[in-house]
Ligand binder design. Structure first.
Ligand code: HEM
Length: 408
């Protein structure tokens, strides 16, 4: 499908996956609430409209597994198997269940609680960098951006580091489905294998912790389960998987996308190197400029006319945060990376009741990594000028990020 001036409107097309920003700009200007045949959903691209969707959870439900009607929930066993687990994730629940689950987990994700993670993050970054420093080159994704967040969230949850390799295999398979992979894989079949592995893993871990509770998130959830029906076992298992999944896949991509764009804009990287007080703003700007979660899925709970479009009950409505974050109606000169910008109101972590629970942790990890990498690797540069982005629509990250630097 093409727009009047030849724009290819298929968000799944290879060119648009590699660089979606020209298409977002076209849609914002010409068709801000666009019916996408290929996504079978409404694609919403303007900042104000994306915010409105997040602020109206009773109309734009997150409960895609219960509210989406027969048009989407096919009877394939693989689909049902995945839905059975993911329907318990708090990110896919509406009030009041959402608020109950969030209230339980929130206490473990306050800045004060997480401040104690700072030392651990710094130690892991030191060890990972120490392993590559003398070599003068690395794949940043494989050697830093993947292992760090995985080890941090595993540590908080009480999952042993030794199990992370296996967990990555399962969660990559789930990512193909949640990320909206556009290659030839069968996303549901992949996801059901991944989910089955993760469910089994957490049932075993929980059984072990029941006998010997520790000071970790898994034990905290078990306590909530025991103390009067606030959490069922299925909810504990499912939300443990959510935290593990959400805690690393996305942060890996914040680190990768952010460092890539800073190195592409050497003057901006130099500003951060010269003035560490800019780190905070630099991370926010990286989130705005090319965040790890470009879009999410909501479902219309009623028939409504919105932005001159007739939306039916059960239609999928997809707010594109990555487009909202480049909307010139909200951000001046949005296609420039500017670490001094302070884009407080960016939507990389969404907004409203589902605002990312791990935002503070992801920011902390990104600030520590960027400070260490930019500060310690001299003459750091991209070893491959042209990036290859993983073929997904709802998650955005690089296949690899080869870097070189001066040694000695
Ligand atoms: C840069 C990294 C991250 C990004 C860009 C990100 C993005 C998001 C977004 C956009 C949502 C809302 C989704 C929706 O409304 O459909 C969300 C929710 C959530 N995120 Fe993150 N996330 C990141 C890191 C993390 C980390 C490190 C954790 C956990 C340790 C985490 C845990 C969660 C949870 C539990 C929710 C559900 C909150 C709710 O439904 O109330 N995220 N995240």
């Amino acid at each position: 499908m093409h727009g009047p001036d030849g724009a290819d409107l298929d968000l799944r097309a290879w060119r648009n996956v590699q660089d979606p920003f020209p298409l977002y700009a076209w849609l914002r200007d010409h068709d801000p609430a666009h019916w996408s045949e290929s996504l079978n959903a409404w694609v919403v691209t303007r900042y104000a409209d994306v915010v409105e969707i997040f602020e109206r959870p009773e109309t734009f439900s997150s409960d895609r597994f219960r509210k989406i009607d027969e048009r989407y929930v096919s009877q394939r066993p693989a689909v049902r198997a995945v839905a059975e687990v993911l329907r318990h994730w708090l990110v896919f629940r509406d009030p009041p269940d959402h608020d109950r689950l969030r209230g339980l987990l929130q206490s473990s994700f306050t800045p004060r609680q997480l401040e104690s993670s700072r030392d651990r993050i710094e130690r892991i970054v030191d060890a990972l960098l120490g392993g590559v420093l003398a070599r003068g080159r690395m794949d940043f994704i494989r050697e830093i951006a993947f292992p760090l967040p995985a080890m941090v969230i595993a540590g908080l949850m009480g999952v042993p580091d030794a199990d992370l390799g296996q967990i990555k295999t399962w969660s990559d398979r789930l990512a193909a489905y949640l990320g909206g992979a556009v290659d030839e894989r069968d996303n549901f079949a992949e996801a059901s294998v991944g989910v089955a592995g993760l469910v089994d893993y957490f049932h075993h871990l929980l059984a072990e912790r029941e006998g010997r509770p520790r000071d970790d998130l898994v034990s905290l959830m078990l306590r909530a389960e025991r103390e009067g029906d606030r959490l069922t076992r299925d909810e504990v298992v499912a939300n443990a998987i959510l935290l593990l999944f959400a805690g690393h896949e996305t942060t890996t991509n914040l680190l990768g996308n952010g460092l890539f764009h800073l190195l592409r804009n050497p003057a901006q990287a130099a500003l951060v190197r010269g003035d560490p007080s800019l780190l905070h703003g630099a991370v926010e700007e990286c989130l705005r400029y090319d965040g790890p979660v470009p879009a999410t899925v909501k479902v219309a709970t009623e028939e409504l006319t919105w932005r001159d479009r007739r939306i039916r009950r059960g239609d999928m409505v997809v707010p594109f945060m990555a487009s909202a974050n480049r909307d010139p109606r909200q951000f001046a000169d949005p296609d420039s990376l500017d670490v001094r910008r302070q884009p407080e109101r960016h939507l990389a972590f969404a907004a409203g009741i589902h605002y990312c629970l791990g935002a503070w942790l992801a920011r902390l990890e990104a600030r520590i990594v960027l400070a260490a990498v930019l500060g310690r690797l001299h003459g750091l540069s991209l070893a491959l000028p042209e990036p290859r982005w993983r073929p997904m629509i709802f998650l955005r990250g690089l296949e690899s990020l080869p870097l070189t630097w001066e040694v000695g």
